[in-house]
Design a binder for this molecule. Structure first.
Ligand SMILES: C[S@@+](CC[C@H](N)C(=O)[O-])C[C@H]1O[C@@H](n2cnc3c(N)ncnc32)[C@H](O)[C@@H]1O
Length: 201
């Protein structure tokens, strides 16, 4: 059953049928889907992210802890914008036990260095699970927009950072807007640097 689901997703991926992949998000697929992706976005979620990237005149997004990169591939297909993926544990991702990968994975030094975090890209953390590493990435990032995707309060799931109570390690960031991922009680929160010189409206 789970293998059938994976084969279906891979076939659609090979044929670049991203809309059909989005539509696979049905209750009966939930367990198999979670193996590939913690958050299965809707088109309006992707639209909100694309609009935000464009609103701030950015070139794309860098996803930290992108996993197999399916969310990132969907965002790339929807928006036409480049999405760069970062992961840890290259050995595991190269092994036969790992999920197939939907975008190229990059494996930055840990702790990361500033040159990998291109300021003209937004940062994306989807169901990230390491608050200390989050703050290390943030302290290297000179850009203005950070997406945090994770469970809302009371959803019974945990991420670090949480979308509505992230610890950035400074007061430089404010919540700009947020959107629920369909009706899952997962949210996409958009944070911006408190003092942005040029916001393009
Ligand atoms: C819960 S998974 C979420 C994966 C994917 N974003 C999703 O939503 O399905 C968290 C991911 O963060 C990665 N990760 C943990 N620490 C990291 C770090 N310091 N840099 C990059 N990735 C990291 C893990 O390897 C794991 O794949």
């Amino acid at each position: 059953m789970e293998d059938d689901f994976l084969v279906k997703v891979l076939n659609l991926y090979k044929n670049q049928k991203w809309k059909e992949i989005i539509e696979l998000n049905k209750v009966e697929n939930a367990v198999a889907a979670r193996k590939l992706l913690w958050v299965w976005p809707s088109e309006s979620n992707l639209q909100m992210m694309q609009n935000t990237i464009r609103e701030f005149n950015l070139d794309g997004a860098i996803s930290i802890g992108c996993g197999c990169g399916l969310f990132e591939w969907l965002l790339e297909q929807y928006s036409g914008l480049p999405i760069i993926g970062y992961e840890v544990n290259q050995e595991w991702w190269s092994s036969r036990y790992s999920n197939p990968q939907f975008i190229k994975l990059n494996f930055p030094d840990q702790p990361p260095t500033p040159e990998i975090l291109i300021p003209s890209y937004a940062l994306l953390f989807c169901y990230f699970n390491d608050g200390k590493a989050f703050r290390e990435y943030i302290s290297c990032y000179k850009g203005n927009v950070v997406f945090i995707i994770g469970p809302g309060h009371g959803a019974g799931r945990h991420t670090d950072p949480q979308p509505f109570s992230p610890n950035f390690g400074s007061n430089d960031w404010i919540l700009y807007k947020s959107q629920e991922v369909r009706d899952t009680r997962d949210f996409i929160a958009v944070y911006i640097r408190e003092k942005i010189d040029s916001i393009i409206s």
